[in-house]
Design a protein. Structure first.
Length: 168
């Protein structure tokens, strides 16, 4: 009898497995996000408005404090993010249209970022739709959609073509 039970017990242990950890969860989380570059922010809110409301609060990434040299409030946010290196997070690119799922900005919005804490600290996390919207914004090189949403605190984003600083 015990010989018959041993394989069954071993199979049960193998199936249960251990939870382990994933070194780079971004590809798995990104698969749940809307990969379309035309993703819309919830209720027509722009990415600039999301940054202003959720990230550019006093003591964080506002124009005055600029925690880790990151201003998400002043006009021209895209020019400070797209293709630029993060002051933290191992020097990752803040927002990389060629590889948005490795962008420090996007990774910091996910449940287990590879560096530091999930943003925004002390406030509700971005929803899956909001994260998908930020991802699409990165792909579009910081341009807001053409559908009448507001732009980065009133500043229009203009894609001036390829950027030299995105070359690898």
């Amino acid at each position: 009898m015990s010989v018959v039970r041993a394989p069954a017990a071993l199979a049960a242990l193998l199936l249960a497995g251990c939870p382990g950890a994933i070194d780079d969860p971004a590809p798995f989380v990104a698969a749940r996000l809307d990969a379309s570059a035309s993703a819309r922010c919830p209720d027509g809110v722009s990415v600039g408005a999301l940054f202003a409301e959720r990230c550019a609060t006093a003591g964080c990434h506002d124009a005055t404090t600029q925690l880790i040299n990151l201003d998400l409030q002043s006009p021209g946010v895209a020019s400070r993010l797209i293709g630029r290196r993060a002051a933290a997070c191992g020097g990752r690119t803040l927002a990389d249209p060629a590889d948005p799922d490795r962008s420090a900005l996007l990774l910091k919005l996910l449940p287990s970022p590879p560096c530091g804490d999930r943003m925004p600290v002390g406030a509700p996390a971005f929803s899956a739709d909001e994260v998908a919207c930020v991802r699409a914004w990165i792909i579009r090189r910081g341009e807001e959609s053409d559908a009448g949403t507001s732009t980065d605190a009133g500043a229009a984003f203009i894609d001036a073509g390829p950027r030299d600083d995105l070359a690898r």
